[in-house]
Each structure stands twice: as C-alpha cells, then as structure tokens.
Design a protein around this ligand. Structure first.
Ligand code: UDX
Ligand code: ADP
Length: 479
C-alpha cells in the first residue's frame, strides 16, 4: 500500500508548515489539515495565513485547492485518511499532578479519542507534536481499547525538528527525519510507509528509524542540548561582563573547535519559544518520576540560568536608568521570541516588559510581525499581572520603530529583527530624551558607532567603555 491520503489534526505552527511541504513534495498524496478552530482554518484558506513563516505563503499558494486542503471537517478527514498526523498543542500542565512541569496531554488524548470514534478503516497514527516519552503508549491504549471490528492501528513517533522562522527550509532540507515504531512486523511495515512519504524529497540515509521510545526521547534530548548550549554561553556572558572579555570572541574561539561547532552559541537575553522550556520541564518531570533526582537537577539548571539571564538583563536596564523608571518612556524593539516569526510564546520580551511595567514604566512597543492584540494578550494575562487595566494603560503599540522610539529615555532591543540594524540612529538620537540609552539584548547593533553618536549603550557579554568605543571609531573627541 502507498499512502494516498493524509490527514493532520492541528493546523498550528507544526501541522500547517509540515503538511504544506508534504503536499508540495508529494503531488500524488492528498493532504488535509484539520483544526477545531473555525477561525484558524478560515485564515489558512485566506490570503493572510495565521502564521508568519518565510516561504510558507508561496508553498500554500502552489498547493492549496490542488492536493492541500484546510478544513474543520475532522470526521471526514479522519475517515478518508490512510495516515493521520497528530499535531495538536501540548502545553505544560497548569494544575494538578506535575503542575508546571508535566505536559498536559488533554489535546493529544482528545485527538486519539476522535480517531477511535470516527475511524472505519485501518490507520497509521503518527505523533508529530512534541510529547513526553511514552505518549505514544497513551495513544495506543486509547485506540486499541476502542477498536471497532476490522479496524487496526499502528502508532508511530515522528517528531518535528523544524525551527520557527526557518520552518520551510528546515522541512525541505531536513538534517534528519526520525521515525519510531513498534518492533513488530506490522510496526515495521508502517514505518516503511511513512519513510516512503519522506523519500519523495529526503535522502534515505537521512531518514532514521528506531523504536518509539527512542524517537520520543531523542526529540526532548535534541531540544535540551540546544537550550543547554544557549544557557552555557549566556552563563559565560555574565563572566565576560565582569571581566572585560567579549562573549562573541569567546563563542568564536570555542565554536572553531570542530567537536563543538559554531551554531547556537549566540548569547542573548535568554531563549524563548514554545519548545525549549516545555521540553526540558518534561524531561525533568520524567527524571523525577524515574527517581533520577540528580539528572533532573542537572537539566533544571538550564532553565534556572535562562531565568537568571532575563532577570539580569532587565535589572541592568533599571539600574542604568538611575533605579527609577516610574513614568519613564521606554521603547521595546521586538516582541516575538526570535526574528522572522510572529510567535510570542515564552518570548523573553514578555519578562522584560512585565518587569518594567511593574516598576511603573510607560512602554512603547514595536514588532514587525506580532499582532497588536497578541502583545496586549501576553502582557495582561492573569499569569503576568493582577492589574491588567493598569498595565494596558501603560502600553502603547506602534506601527514603526521610529514612532515607538520618539520621546523615550531608552531603547530596549529584545528581538534580533534585521530591520533594527538598518535604523537611522543619528535621527533617533535627536528625538530621544537625554541621556539616551540603548540596551541591546541581542548584540546586533554597531555599539561603537552608537557610543560615538552620544548614546549610552549596554549589551550582553561585553563591557562597553566610552573611551574604548571612541578609540575603536578613530574619533578625536574627548570621552
Ligand atoms: C527549537 C528547535 O531549534 C527546533 O529544532 C525544535 O523543533 C523546536 O524548538 P524554535 O524554538 O522554533 O526551535 O527556535 P530556535 O531557533 O531554536 O530558537 C529558540 C530560542 O533560542 C529563541 O528565543 C532564540 O532567540 C534563542 N537562541 C537561539 C539564542 O538565544 N541563541 C542562539 O544561539 C540560538
Ligand atoms: P504547535 O506549535 O505544536 O503546532 P499550536 O498551538 O500552534 O501548536 O497548534 C495546535 C492546534 O491544534 C491548535 O490550532 C488547536 O486548535 C488544534 N487542536 C487541538 N486539539 C485538536 C483536535 N482534537 N483536532 C484538531 N485540532 C486540534
């Protein structure tokens, strides 16, 4: 059997781009992406897609209506499909056992129950969402406990490694595709069928097959390793600021070692995104359940360091502004958790903005892709403040960086959008209150020339002295 019809439950950041690329590369397969949210599906069927991802519009435009469909008719999607991806959300539990650490599997379970209720023929069910180890077992138990006569299920784990902002390239040129299945003849057969889908564009040597549990754990491990690198370099950024070393130079020297490699060594205000923190918390919870407290404590430190980095940066902003920011106007440049995405989940900008608002600052926020409502939603959420109206009153959202910056005491750069490097900082200096401060949380600006213009500049992992910067610029001016 070849796979003729694929259904994907969940039209989010994972399901949408992944299935769009499958449709692009497999014109012989009909792909239907289903979601319970009518609004989300309407957006996928409109000119303005619900997520911003470079290259996604083109892929969707090429395939939509041909072999790619977005629909709320979940029952039809499930019934017709040979293979079903589960790409629903798996947030961290907010209450009960494992609160704050374990993944909330209610959406996964809901999806499995829908399949069990609606399927009338054999299905390969593939868990695509990042899930805790052994989640496939839950899906398997639900499906097999509710099997109708003549309907058989194979459950596979096929974690997605795409990063937001580069999802399409990551999907088209995946370093590897990982498929885990049951160690039975039927399991192997199902793995082969999913391999066949990816073989439309991925070299077979990059398609790794393994057992289900190894596949699930590999996904958590990959994210934990990546996050650990960021916490490692961020920990050193504090040492650099205290000693006069430059963290970019340290990263360059360390990354030249081919055993270490240069990627993911960019010190920052801390990592964000929907995956890193959630997956490490999952790993920690797993270790605790397995009575491995030392291993749990080891990974907890990656998160603690990330929290420390966000706090350390924000404290620096407040202290530099004479420890008094009540009623001071501060511009926040960038609100998404990284450039090239409109996603704000766990964005470090939220922590920075919340702390500044608690100190009474008036924030002027600009992000090229995040919707205004989304910024208000994040900063007035009950987990952020008990005084949403007060916060709302002190937030103004702008459509350009220039309008956000005019009349402010300080610029706090939270996301590394390219356009922030291109701004006319001479013009900006003139329209800011003096002394004018820039806090570059992403190390992307030309600090020496900013100092030369008269700005007070602070960044991550580098101590900027006015004298050194003027010397670097070859200026004759006295500091
Ligand atoms: C991550 C993984 O990279 C991806 O493989 C997985 O499938 C999902 O989780 P994502 O969260 O989309 O992807 O983005 P990523 O590029 O990994 O960045 C995560 C965070 O780390 C961002 O806030 C980013 O700014 C930060 N980061 C990244 C750094 O601070 N320094 C770096 O060197 C790299
Ligand atoms: P991710 O980043 O993992 O893709 P998102 O939150 O962006 O997560 O998307 C998950 C999507 O899954 C949401 O749009 C949600 O409405 C959808 N969803 C949740 N449960 C189901 C279900 N049982 N069937 C279909 N869609 C679902």
């Amino acid at each position: 059997m070849v796979i003729e019809k694929i259904c994907c439950l969940g039209a989010g950041y994972v399901g949408g781009p992944t299935c769009s690329v499958i449709a692009l590369k497999c014109p012989d397969i009909r792909v239907t992406v289903c979601d319970m949210s009518v609004e989300r599906i309407n957006q996928w069927n409109s000119e303005k897609l619900p997520i911003y991802e470079p290259g996604l519009d083109e892929v969707v435009q090429k395939c939509r209506g041909k072999n790619l469909f977005f629909s709320t008719d979940i029952a039809k999607g499930i019934r017709e499909a040979d293979l079903i991806f589960i790409s629903v959300n798996t947030p961290t539990k907010l209450y009960g056992n494992g609160k704050g650490r374990a993944a909330d599997l209610k959406y996964i379970e809901g999806a499995a129950r829908m399949i069990a209720e609606l399927a009338t023929s054999n299905k390969i069910v593939v868990e695509k969402s990042t899930v805790p180890v052994k989640a496939a077992e839950i899906i398997m138990k639900i499906l097999r406990a509710n099997t109708k006569p003549g309907v058989e299920y194979q459950i596979l784990s096929n974690p997605e490694f795409l990063a937001e902002g580069s999802a399409i390239v990551d999907l088209l040129e995946a370093d590897r595709v990982l498929i885990g299945g049951e160690d039975t003849a039927e399991g192997h057969e199902a793995v082969k069928k999913l391999c066949w889908v990816y073989e439309h564009w991925i070299d077979t040597k990059n398609i790794l097959t393994t057992n289900t549990w190894s596949s699930e754990l590999s996904k958590l491990a990959a994210n934990a390793f990546l996050a650990q690198r960021i916490s490692s370099i961020n920990s050193l950024s504090a040492v650099c600021e205290a000693t006069g070393a430059d963290v970019s130079e340290v990263a360059r020297a360390v990354g030249k070692d081919s055993r270490i490699g240069p990627k993911f060594l960019e010190a920052s205000i801390g990592f964000g995104g929907s995956c890193f923190q959630k997956d490490i918390l999952n790993l920690i919870y797993l270790c605790e359940c397995l009575n491995l407290p030392e291993v749990a404590a080891y990974w907890q430190q990656v998160i603690d360091l990330n929290d420390y980095q966000k706090t350390r940066f924000t404290r620096k902003v407040i202290e530099s502004l004479f420890n008094t920011i009540t009623d001071k106007k501060i511009a926040i440049l960038g609100f998404s958790f990284k450039k090239n995405t409109g996603d704000t989940r766990e964005s470090p900008a939220i922590h920075v903005a919340k702390t500044l608002l608690e100190e009474g600052a008036k924030l002027h926020i600009y992000d090229p892709k995040v919707e205004h409502d989304q910024i208000f939603f994040e900063l007035t959420h009950p987990s952020i403040t008990s005084e949403p109206e007060l916060f709302r009153k002190n937030i103004q959202i702008h459509n350009t960086a220039y309008s956000a910056i005019a009349g402010t005491h300080a610029i706090v750069l939270c996301t590394e959008w390219d356009e922030f490097k291109e701004l006319d900082y001479k013009k900006i200096y003139d329209v800011m209150m003096k002394p004018a401060y820039i806090f570059d949380g992403r190390k992307i600006l030309d600090h020496d020339s900013l100092v030369n213009m008269g700005f007070h500049v602070q960044t991550i992992g580098k101590r900027l002295s006015r004298t050194n910067s003027l010397r670097a610029q070859g200026s004759q001016a006295q500091p």
